[in-house]
Design a protein around this ligand. Structure first.
Ligand SMILES: [Zn+2]
Ligand SMILES: [Zn+2]
Length: 253
């Protein structure tokens, strides 16, 4: 199994995960031109993609989905609630947020999360005993998230903001309250708190994502996470908004 990112942050998110003959895209917050350019960087052509799964309807995740899916005739999957919010597509495969389903070689497990969208889900992808999960855009940590993310072989996790930086930022008070609220985003310490509740014995890759360009920094994320979970700083990766993340292989033990 392997995964990569076209970019992550408030200006656009998109993740790829591949196993066997199946290549899935999660979200697309980029234009067609930008998507094609970023796919090329990863050695992928759009027509290789078997399906696009959408986490929720916020524009940094969905603004490129409909046009890209139509251009290359790629099926789209989203929860019932998210499907209703994607208006520019004639057909969407809706799934029940509480039930796993198959797409190609993957078992996809939706993970409902507290976030200010209609029916947001994040995902765990399972294949051949391997589990890769991604978790961005959640305002708080639920027991259900802990159960769904434990025992991963690879994890992509939101470290959105540093609390002090956000509090001291020029953001309007209403936006600060939204980001910090239970249906907003995870700060570095909340992400660390979540990590500390997981069994990470099998974890081959820990990738930090959706890092705010204004209220956080890659160094701060790397320093705080490596200190808290006592891992080598160089083992961690942070996804860059522009550069994305190169392919990471997840190997069978
Ligand atoms: Zn987002
Ligand atoms: Zn969001």
């Amino acid at each position: 199994m392997k995964f990569a990112s076209l970019g992550s942050g408030s200006k656009g998110n998109s993740t790829l995960v591949q196993h066997g003959d199946t290549l899935l895209m999660v979200d697309n917050g980029f234009s067609i031109k930008e998507t094609d350019k970023r796919l090329q960087r990863l050695g992928v052509v759009a027509t290789d993609i078997d399906a696009i799964l959408v986490t929720h309807e916020h524009s940094d995740h969905v603004c490129g989905v409909a046009r890209f899916a139509k251009r290359y005739d790629i099926p789209v999957w989203a929860s019932h609630g998210t499907s209703k919010m994607i208006k520019k597509l004639d057909s969407i495969n809706s799934f029940n947020s509480h039930q796993s389903f198959n797409v190609g070689d993957f078992i996809v497990e939706p993970i409902p999360v507290p976030h200010d969208a209609r029916e947001p889900t994040q995902f765990a992808f399972k294949s051949n005993e391997l589990k890769f999960a991604l978790m961005t855009d959640t305002g708080s940590v639920t027991q259900h998230m802990v159960d769904a993310l434990t025992d991963c072989d690879a994890l992509l996790l939101e470290c959105n903001y540093d609390r002090d930086m956000l509090l001291n930022s020029v953001y309007p008070e209403s936006l600060k309250r939204r980001v910090m609220g239970d249906w907003g985003h995870l700060d570095n310490q909340q992400a660390i708190g979540l990590l500390q509740r997981l069994n990470t014995d099998n974890l081959q890759h820990l990738v930090l994502a959706h890092v705010s360009e204004k209220n956080n920094s890659h160094d701060l994320v790397l320093d705080s996470v490596s200190a808290a979970i006592q891992c080598d700083r160089a083992w961690l990766q942070v996804i860059d908004q522009e550069q994305g993340l190169d392919w990471c292989s997840v190997k069978q033990n």
